[in-house]
Design a protein around this ligand. Structure first.
Ligand SMILES: [Cu+2]
Length: 295
């Protein structure tokens, strides 16, 4: 096969991919089919474009590796196929140093590259804001969520206690879901806790989730950048009604956010609720139930 037509074969997949990109993709497609991206709208948080960038660029690199590998496999299978009249074993080849060095070095570069970009983005995602505009404690429990809007002063702190989603016979949610309010364009730091078993706090369109443990608080700092209503759920199998452990997130203006906190204050939902309803109170070092006392 002359080298010119070989080159033409390699150009076809690249051309198709480029044409597809240029053909006017939706934001969803351009972001690798990740949720939360809308036409002519802000991203949901200040971190989602970084996350989708890592995802999409990884796919581009991996698909390029795939196309080259599949192409070479197909070419080898066709170019070196058994011809009519051939018998016995083909010529056996080994110790091709350039090829062996190539297929050792290239995957090594890929692995180091993926690690470096992932570590860089993870370091940004996991950097906590020492002085956020808004501090919230989200508490997972079997099988709902409590949200506490922390103020400097415990008297100013307000909370909402959620109940598990209820469904009708058709499986549609008919109850009011626990709702977390966030002010748009303000820095938010959420402390993640659990009252019982391991849960995972996941706001789908924000492209982030993080586990909630007993005895160890996790944190998530970010800025919501688009007003709207978003779905959240538990992402860690936590018992029988794990799938009912749903919540909503409302990203609203600063005024609406303050109004919402005022309604909680007016309803008397003030003060610190952190440990009051924790099911596990027998952590090491705490007074409470021991196995002997349970007998
Ligand atoms: Cu859960």
């Amino acid at each position: 096969m002359p080298s010119k037509s070989r080159f033409r074969w390699a150009v076809i997949p690249v051309g198709i991919a480029t044409a597809a990109v240029l053909a006017g993709c939706t934001p969803t497609e351009l972001n690798g089919f990740l949720p939360g991206f809308l036409e002519n709208a802000e991203p949901t948080t200040n971190r989602t474009e970084m996350v989708s960038g890592l995802w999409v660029n990884s796919w581009i690199v991996l698909l390029a590796v795939g196309v080259i590998t599949w192409g070479l496999m197909g070419w080898a299978a066709i170019a070196y196929r058994r011809r009519r009249g051939q018998t016995g074993l083909p010529v056996q080849l080994r110790y091709n140093m350039p090829v062996e060095i190539f297929y050792t070095i290239v995957p090594l570069i890929l692995v180091i590259g993926f690690f470096a970009f992932t570590a860089r983005d993870q370091a940004i995602l996991e950097t906590q804001d020492p002085d956020p505009d808004v501090s919230i404690t989200a508490i997972g429990k079997q099988w709902a969520w409590d949200f506490q809007y922390d103020a400097e002063d415990d008297d100013e702190t307000v909370w909402s206690i959620g109940v598990q989603a209820q469904t009708n016979a058709a499986g549609d949610v008919i109850s009011e879901l626990p709702t977390l309010y966030l002010p748009v364009d303000q820095t938010v730091k959420i402390k993640l806790q659990s009252r019982d078993v391991i849960h995972s706090f996941w706001i789908i369109d924000f492209l982030y989730k993080k586990d909630m443990y007993i005895g160890r608080d996790n944190y998530w700092s970010f800025t919501p950048t688009r007003e709207g209503e978003y779905a959240g759920k538990c992402a860690e199998l936590c018992g029988e009604y794990h799938s009912m452990m749903l919540f909503n997130v409302k990203v609203v203006s600063a005024d609406e956010y303050e109004d919402y906190l005022d309604t909680l204050r007016a309803a008397g939902q003030t003060g610190d609720i952190n440990d009051e309803y924790d099911r596990l109170q027998n952590l090491p070092g705490r007074t409470g139930n021991t196995s002997e006392e349970e007998d």
